[in-house]
Design a protein around this ligand. Structure first.
Ligand code: GUN
Length: 298
């Protein structure tokens, strides 16, 4: 059997169109477009590509994009001063500080300085806490994109046996919270787990966010399972691969996300959704129809 490809690019394009429609409505009501400020410190090539794609998609959907590029030698105080200005800027609804930051800057301090209502990455502890306790939050974009793709694969995600590989603040932990909010049954495995395969082999939904090329082989996947591969790894030969050995996995799984073209495009779509959502909330408007409803943990 060859698995169905979960076409993140096409799902993201549909979501971008919805954002564009609702952005036009926002503009009519408020008199300006929702604004996203992207801050890039230094010239990490991968970050350059991410930010360029984010800016392009933001503008295409009709949102306002503000780009701030700082040198790799930027001191923490200077970055904090910029974040403070953006927090106070009425035209800015979302602030994204691209990670990783250079080593002289304490990332946690910078992320904590972003106003939670403009934190479209959902990395601020207030948003993490709100998500964990089932309150209205801005939700990290990558796991939100994974959830949207996963939900399309199951009639009901309630009780679905799910395994998350990785426990990062950016993907693994919020992924767990989102799945719990949907009442999935969730196991988290990571580098200290004694027998990762024993868990992954019983996953009807497997989300892999370990940052290790081809960590999960075909023999570690449940036949008929759904596989969401968050990894984006560049091999020495320049090829981009995920955390899952795709060629093997596609012969075992029922459905799988490709890399590239799976989770990546969905992350940016969710960033646009979050920016529009943040803009509506700041203006006291109802959440747009494209905002996923994250229900309280019960
Ligand atoms: N670096 C890698 N992924 C991300 C992301 O989702 N947001 C930000 N700000 N930086 C990143």
């Amino acid at each position: 059997m060859t698995a169905q490809l979960i076409d993140g690019k096409s799902i993201a394009a549909t979501l971008d169109e919805k954002v564009a429609e609702e952005t036009a409505n926002f503009k009519k009501r408020v008199g300006r477009a929702p604004g996203l400020a992207a801050v890039l410190v230094g010239a990490d090539p991968a970050s350059e590509i991410y930010v360029r794609n984010k800016v392009r998609r933001t503008q295409k959907a009709g949102l306002e994009s503000f780009e701030h590029r700082l040198s790799a030698e930027t001191e923490e105080a200077e970055l904090l001063a910029l974040v403070d200005r953006l927090n106070k800027d009425e035209a800015v609804d979302g602030i994204l500080v691209q990670l990783p930051l250079p080593s002289q800057i304490d990332s946690a301090r910078v992320l904590n300085a972003i106003s939670p209502e403009k934190d479209v990455d959902g990395f601020h502890p207030v948003n993490a806490g709100r998500l964990a306790t089932g309150l209205q939050a801005l939700v990290p974009c990558t796991p939100l994109g994974c959830l949207i793709m996963a939900e399309r694969q199951f009639e009901k995600i309630d009780g679905v046996e799910s395994v998350v590989v990785g426990r990062s603040n950016i993907v693994g932990k919020p992924m767990v919270q989102l799945l719990i909010s949907r009442r999935a049954t969730v196991t988290v495995v990571h580098s200290a787990t004694a027998d990762i395969s024993a868990h992954t082999r019983r996953a009807d939904l497997l989300v892999v966010a370990a940052g290790r090329p081809k960590l999960i082989g075909g023999d570690q996947i449940k036949p008929g399972g759904v596989v969401i591969d968050v990894g984006i790894n560049r091999l020495d030969n320049g090829k981009i691969v995920g955390d899952v050995a795709f060629d093997e996995a596609k012969e075992v799984a029922r459905a799988i996300t490709p890399v590239p073209g799976g989770v990546g495009p969905m992350t940016i779509a969710c960033l646009l959704v979050n920016t529009l959502t943040a803009a509506c909330r700041r203006k006291g408007l109802a959440d747009p129809a494209c905002t996923p409803r994250i229900i309280a943990t019960r």
